[in-house]
Design a protein around this ligand. Structure first.
Ligand code: HAM
Length: 444
């Protein structure tokens, strides 16, 4: 039997079978129903940013590759394996940004943002790109919301403030079973000594480590703690404890963070193997997770202190701390915890037309109502009165405005209260006032 011909369409003169027309792997279309979840999260982010005095910043989606090589580190998975490179005519090699902190540090230096004020509190929302293996909570294009506090000394109060804002975000979204893990990865003084101790601990185990960890052992041994390979994980338990090796300044800083968190009644678990996958961190690092449904997505907000990043990019040393959360992960957890899907603010008024002439006049009526600030629903595509009334009912509106041939000739319109089922005819010229009057009337 002859197979069905494949429907083809043309893109740039190349024919592509229709079934091949899909979003790239690990990237998704964000359809209207998903926006209700996103909008809910973004509204919470915006509200918190306003309460806690963070100003919005937006950096380009493309950046020079060396920004991340210098800032995030050439030995990190993000830079080493996951960057999307974009070669454009006569330009340097650009990359689709894999994260937001190095670009913000670049913008901070480029615009001398440290000059205008000693403390910059910034927040951002936007897409990030990492060529990772797609799985639960791991996409190749994902949206992050982040908060950064730059300048103002390495006061542990700022560490606590960043953690606090993410705690409040999770609470506001009603996410349950939150666990906050926290650690300190030391500074320039104590970390090199600890790294040496770690290297000597792993020396006789090197051959048993996975290929990636054998490389990490030489370049960045702390990252061995992040490996999910069973054998590598098994060596973690007896590894030297990072917290025991912190210098006095780092110990006091961490103690300060704990004191602020205790004061704020934020519970936390100290995890001395939490190291994070970006090289710019020093001292405090943190990650939030959930237990139970949704746990499979991994870390929700994550971040830490990055006191040396400005220096790594050629600026002056500027203490800073921040964090970011993946929006898709938040949505996945909210769904896994069986939260009710967010709904659009229901309309209070619905216009119903009966007949062709009324339909023609409807757009103008809708416009009058909308320009007076009344949010109004319609089903101009439907002609049956019953179908329109059903839709009005489904939307849960309070008033249906019904008009047909007779009302047009009389220059009137029927207002039907869908709660009391009482209806009344009013003059079309007074419709805005009549609707407003009824909407402000208390429900019976
Ligand atoms: P990160 O841990 O790489 O840190 O990412 C922060 C958060 O983004 C993660 O905890 C997760 O919620 C989300 N995320 C990361 N990768 C993916 C992915 N492939 N798919 C979906 N969601 C993902 C940073 O990016 C730092 N810039 C955070 C920061 C800000 N540190 C200081 N300031």
């Amino acid at each position: 039997m002859a197979s069905k011909p494949v429907k083809k369409i043309t893109v740039n003169k190349k024919e592509i079978p229709k079934e091949d027309l899909h979003a790239p792997r690990g990237m998704h279309d964000i359809l209207p129903h998903e926006w209700l979840w996103r909008d809910k999260i973004f509204a919470a982010v915006d509200e918190l940013a306003d309460f806690y005095n963070f100003n919005r910043i937006e950096t380009p989606v493309l950046e020079r590759a060396e920004l991340f090589e210098r800032g995030v580190g050439v030995d990190t998975d993000i830079v080493n394996k996951e960057m999307y490179l974009v070669k454009s005519k006569g330009e340097d090699m650009l990359v689709m940004r894999p994260e937001g902190t190095a670009p913000i540090a670049r913008a901070y230096l480029e615009h001398h943002m440290g000059r205008s004020t000693s403390l910059q509190k910034l927040f951002y929302k936007g897409p990030m790109f990492r060529h990772e293996r797609p799985q639960a909570g791991r996409l190749r294009q994902f949206e992050q919301a982040g908060f950064e506090i730059i300048g103002g000394g390495n006061d542990p109060m700022y560490d606590a403030e960043i953690i606090l804002i993410f705690q409040r975000l999770l609470e506001r979204l009603k996410i349950k079973n939150i666990v906050l893990k926290i650690n300190s990865i030391g500074c320039r003084v104590c970390r090199p000594l600890y790294k040496k101790q770690l290297q000597s601990y792993y020396k006789d185990k090197e051959k048993k480590l996975c290929i990636d960890c054998q490389r990490r052992l030489k370049t960045n041994p702390l990252r061995l703690f992040d490996c999910k390979n069973e054998t590598c994980v098994s060596f973690k338990a007896l590894a030297p404890n990072l917290l025991d090796k912190l210098c006095a300044a780092c110990t006091s800083n961490l103690k300060g963070v704990f004191e602020y968190l205790d004061e704020l009644k934020i519970s936390y678990a100290v995890d001395n193997t939490l190291v994070r996958g970006l090289d710019y961190y020093s001292r405090t690092v943190f990650e939030f997770f959930v237990e139970g449904p949704g746990a499979e997505v991994g870390a929700l907000p994550g971040g830490g202190r990055y006191d040396y990043l400005m220096e790594m990019l050629g600026g002056r040393m500027t203490p800073a701390i921040g964090g970011a959360v993946g929006i898709e992960r938040l949505i996945a957890v909210m769904k896994a915890q069986e939260m009710e899907a967010p709904r659009r603010v229901p309309k209070k008024v619905f216009v119903i037309h009966v007949g062709e002439l009324a339909k023609k006049k409807s757009l103008n009526l809708l416009e009058r109502l909308r320009s007076s600030g009344i949010s109004v629903g319609e089903a101009l595509g439907r002609d049956s009165l019953k179908a329109q009334l059903r839709l009005a009912d489904k939307e849960g509106v309070r008033l249906a405005l019904i008009f047909g041939q007779k009302e047009i000739f009389e220059n009137s319109i029927i207002i039907r209260d869908l709660e009391t089922h009482l209806q009344e005819s009013v003059m079309m010229d007074t419709i805005v006032e009549e609707v407003k009057k009824r909407l402000t009337r208390k429900k019976q």
